[in-house]
Design a protein around this ligand. Structure first.
Ligand code: BTN
Length: 336
């Protein structure tokens, strides 16, 4: 109910009467009053004016359920939010919830991850208040081999969402990084539970570095934050506009993910947004080093194919590189 109250308060510029809120929610005045008091205790500045009603003056930068429900504009993604102050990893928690029956489109969000995970067993630094750490539970009808493309769907969603911010020009480093000014601002980790020919569920986890944090030594040189790019881009904006709060950024990613997911599910590959993907592909026409377990080689990345594989031109032959098999090191900006 707190989320619905916040939503109504956000939709109204002026104040909303207690009576209106009771009618919208189908609850008593006391229940509304209690919910308003709890929101105030959680840091929302809500003005209560006699005979006029309630007005939202300011909101904290939090990723709680009421906050996310109040911002939600998607159709099926985020029908249920699981929000935590601290978990080991939102991907791990999403897998537990999926095993317990959590539905398609559930979103798991945590303020802190004490065992955040990256690809290939790397850690993902996720301190409180500094980023957006979240995972989607998806239960599509897919063959297991098609699931890794959801990482590309998520990367498209993140570049589109961040790219809506004035002065921010993100790119994708295939397959799972989003970069700003040559440094990593976001990582994506897709995992699944499957049988040979059947996907039980997929978890796509996204980590976006928003504010500066003490990055571990090994990533300090390659990582960046949205806030850094935002302040560097200040001259491109008219006034000293603050960076939007994390809940708004998250909601934008959900909207974009839903859009690209629908395109993906039409063909169960990435052909419907291939051209658009190429516009954001930082690796395109760049020298890359493919760390294939059968031996590393270099070539020029020419783009991706409909299955989301990287096409690498190597001594006049085109090799398609599968994201699950190899790691690709770019000769630009940073090497992951
Ligand atoms: C990578 O770049 O190696 C992938 C990083 C993925 C990090 C996100 S944060 C939310 C979700 N939970 C995790 O433990 N990992 C992903």
């Amino acid at each position: 109910m707190k989320g619905q109250i916040l939503k109504v308060l956000r939709q109204q510029n002026g104040s909303v009467s207690g009576q209106e809120l009771c009618q919208c929610m189908g609850v008593s005045r006391t229940a509304v009053w209690k919910a308003i008091r709890q929101l105030q205790e959680a840091g929302y500045e809500i003005e209560a004016v006699q005979n006029k009603g309630y007005r939202l003056l300011a909101a904290p930068d939090v990723l709680t359920e009421p906050e996310l429900v109040s911002r939600r504009r998607t159709e099926w993604l985020g029908t249920k939010f699981y929000c935590y102050d601290e978990v080991d990893s939102t991907n791990t928690q999403a897998k537990r919830l999926a095993e317990e029956g959590a539905g398609h489109g559930s979103v798991v969000v945590a303020e802190v991850q004490n065992a955040g995970r990256g690809r290939r067993g790397h850690q993902w630094s996720s301190q409180g208040g500094t980023g957006i750490w979240f995972s989607f539970i998806l239960k599509p009808e897919l063959m297991p081999a098609q699931a890794p493309m959801l990482t590309l769907v998520a990367a498209m969603a993140v570049v589109k969402a961040l790219g809506r911010l004035p002065g921010i020009e993100p790119l994708i480093k295939w397959p799972n990084d989003v970069i700003l000014n040559g440094r990593k601002v976001c990582g994506i980790l897709t995992e699944m539970s499957a049988q040979v020919d059947y996907v039980n569920y997929i978890v796509t986890g996204i980590g976006i570095n928003v504010k500066s944090q003490a990055f571990p030594k090994e990533v300090a040189l390659v990582a960046t934050t949205l806030e850094t790019a935002w302040s560097n881009g200040n001259q491109k904006r008219e006034d000293e506009e603050p960076l939007p709060v994390r809940s708004l950024l998250l909601e934008t990613v959900l909207e974009e993910f839903e859009r690209y997911y629908e395109l993906y599910m039409q063909t169960k590959d990435v052909t419907l947004f291939l051209d658009e993907y190429h516009k954001y592909l930082a690796n395109k026409d760049k020298q890359v080093k493919v760390l294939d377990p059968d031996g590393a080689y270099e070539g020029i990345a020419r783009g991706i194919n409909g299955n989301g594989e990287l096409l690498v031109e190597r001594e006049h032959t085109m090799v398609s590189v599968n994201s699950g098999e190899v790691s690709v090191r770019g000769i630009y900006g940073y090497a992951p």
